[in-house]
Write a protein that binds this ligand. Structure first.
Ligand code: 3HC
Length: 567
């Protein structure tokens, strides 16, 4: 039978601890909040007053309910005040020696049947439990920041943990309105092992200087559709916490992708810890504030948009681009028939090439046969199956019809390949990737190649900005920014599944309920297609040599038989 838990102690009243106090008090439990000094206990009380005060101001909580929530909590600097609680949750800084010391002291304070839980984000719960007199009553309850908002609680069990205890804690989490996911004790558990490795990878991309801070965040928020960009999220979590989790993950796995990036280490050493210190990747109004001071003024790039644009190609994307560019006031010359006269394209400042499967014949998949079979790409008749009507040949003819003033914008790889050998070397090529719309907008990534002028890149960006897209510019690397962030993250999730640690459903729940993802990694892979993810990773792996980019064998299997991960 599940045990009765009605009184809870929370130790450590920083961001997470105070949020956890709020969760319990709002669910009607009696809470004792403990921190090391009367001042820190008072600060915890202040956090709860401020947070519930904001809810009252927004009309989400009545003043009476706020008073009831505050009335359920007592604040103290004495661990001894926890002697009567049913459950203690420790949320102190991530240092094993501090946690072990606290759990050791609790042994002599709390009742023998009280539950001892840790909110550790990555430390070994087994090591914490082993330092206590009754390791079978020690369990992990890992909340996510902001704890009052995010639904996930990772319930971490060890070899010592009683099954009955696991059931009770899972039911308690459900009573709090949370979504529990029960997993064993492994570095980073589910969510942090995936999320923090993704953040470390993003910070490493930022370190290269290939993309700006805002553009990197746009890749995560608009391109992938996550609630925040990776640098903004790192600042929210705290760069010290991100680094600590990286350290733990790296120590456990020796995966270079989990190692803390040099820039992150330097920022932590310099005391730039993110929102909580007022400065991280961004500068904030004051410590603890989320208001960014050094955000650049809203871009006015669209004023440099090109007014006459050619769009060559067929299919949904070509139609969408023609519509959006026309609505933005551009004069669009659309060519959607390989037999059409190409003369109107001559002299246009910007021509978009839109390939995609619909534009090629079924057999050659839009010109890939020219590449795969090593045929001369300059030979427009080389494609035997479609006799020059696939983009490889059609776009080649288009390229030859353009003059050197035109900036050519291939929107996919097949279009870009089709240009090889046809273009006047003076013509500038600015490849783009147009992403599916997400809840934050529709992203277009603009690739900066070494020989493209800043003017050409800016002009392309401005044209897409004016047509209502969100744009970012980065160096032209495999996967650009969005896929370079997303695909390795998805691959890590498949590796985790393949390792037997968690199910695909639990991993998806962890990332949606814990990190606000619109859908979990496996739902994302199923939507994108395992083959596309695996191919994208292979391209990146070939370019960088990074072992972690090798597609997981399980991903390759799913790709080979075209089997979804879910359902
Ligand atoms: N405390 C209480 N409520 C908060 C809050 C906070 N700190 N921050 C936001 N909220 C509430 C708002 O009041 C608002 O409520 P309402 O809709 O009822 O008015 C709601 O949350 C949404 O807030 P906003 O409209 O201001 O902003 P967003 O819609 O952008 O949501 C967010 C903010 C919830 C933080 C969202 O951006 C998000 O989910 N981001 C991802 C956060 C994430 O990934 N967290 C996990 C980090 S990893 C971790 O914590 C583990 C650790 O071990 C490292």
């Amino acid at each position: 039978m599940a045990r009765e838990i009605s009184t809870v102690g929370v130790i450590g009243l920083g961001t997470m601890g105070a949020g956890i106090v709020e969760v319990f008090a709002k669910a009607g439990l009696t809470v004792v909040g403990v921190d090391g000094t009367p001042e820190l206990a008072e600060r915890g009380k202040g956090f709860l007053e401020a947070s519930t005060g904001r809810a009252v101001a927004k009309g989400r909580l009545s003043e009476d309910d706020q008073a009831a929530v505050l009335g359920r909590v007592t604040w103290t600097d004495q661990l001894g005040d926890l002697k009567d609680v049913d459950l203690v949750i420790e949320a102190v800084p991530e240092r094993l020696e501090i946690k072990r010391d606290i759990f050791g002291k609790l042994d002599d304070i709390v009742r023998d049947d009280a539950v001892l839980a840790s909110n550790t984000s990555s430390l070994s719960l087994t090591e914490i439990a082993a330092s206590t007199k009754h390791p079978q009553r020690v369990i992990g309850m890992h909340f996510f920041n902001p704890a009052p908002v995010l639904k996930l609680v990772e319930v971490i069990t060890t070899l010592f943990t009683d099954d009955e205890l696991t059931t009770s804690v899972r039911e308690l989490a459900e009573r709090l309105g949370k979504k529990p996911v029960v997993v064993g004790d492994r570095a980073g558990f589910v969510a942090n092992a995936l999320l923090i490795t993704y953040l470390a990878r993003a910070i490493r991309v930022y370190e290269t200087g290939h993309v700006s801070r805002e553009d990197l965040d746009a890749a995560g928020q608009v391109g992938i559709g996550l609630p925040m960009g990776p640098l903004t999220l790192s600042d929210l979590i705290g760069l010290d916490v991100v680094k600590e989790v990286c350290d733990v993950l790296y120590a456990a796995t020796h995966e270079p992708s989990a190692a803390p990036p040099a820039l992150l280490q330097q920022m932590v050493t310099a005391g730039r810890l993110g929102r909580k210190s007022g400065q991280g990747f961004y500068t904030y109004e004051k410590a603890g504030s989320g208001t960014v001071l050094d955000a650049p003024a809203a871009a006015e790039r669209s004023s440099g948009a090109t007014k006459t644009v050619g769009v060559v190609g067929t299919g949904d994307l070509a139609t969408e681009l023609v519509e959006k560019l026309t609505e933005s006031g551009a004069q669009v010359t659309a060519v959607d028939d390989p037999a059409a006269d190409l003369a109107p394209l001559a002299g246009l400042p910007l021509v978009l090439l839109v390939g995609g499967p619909e534009a090629g014949c079924e057999d050659c998949g839009g010109g890939e046969c020219l590449i795969a079979e090593g045929a001369d790409p300059a030979d427009a008749t080389a494609c035997e199956c479609c006799h020059g009507k696939a983009p490889a040949a059609w776009f080649g003819a288009v390229a030859e019809a353009l003059d050197e003033r035109t900036v050519v914008v291939p929107t996919d790889e097949a279009s870009a390949w089709a240009l090889i050998g046809h273009l006047d070397p003076q013509v500038q090529v600015v490849p783009v990737a147009v992403h599916q719309p997400t809840r934050a907008g529709q992203l277009v990534e603009v690739a900066r190649q070494l020989d493209a002028s800043a003017e050409a890149v800016d002009g392309v960006q401005a044209t897409f900005d004016a047509a209502g897209f969100v744009t970012l510019a980065s160096r032209d690397r495999a996967g650009l920014v969005v896929d370079a962030l997303l695909y390795p993250h998805l691959n890590d999730a498949v590796r985790m599944l393949d390792s037997g640690y968690a199910t695909a459903e639990d991993i998806d729940t962890a990332m949606t309920a814990g990190c606000g993802y619109p859908q979990g990694p496996f739902a994302m892979i199923d939507a994108i297609g395992a083959e596309e993810v695996a191919d994208g990773l292979t391209q990146m792996q070939l370019e960088t040599g990074e072992p972690a980019l090798t597609p997981s064998p399980l991903l390759v299997e799913h790709a080979a038989i075209d089997r979804p991960f879910l359902g």
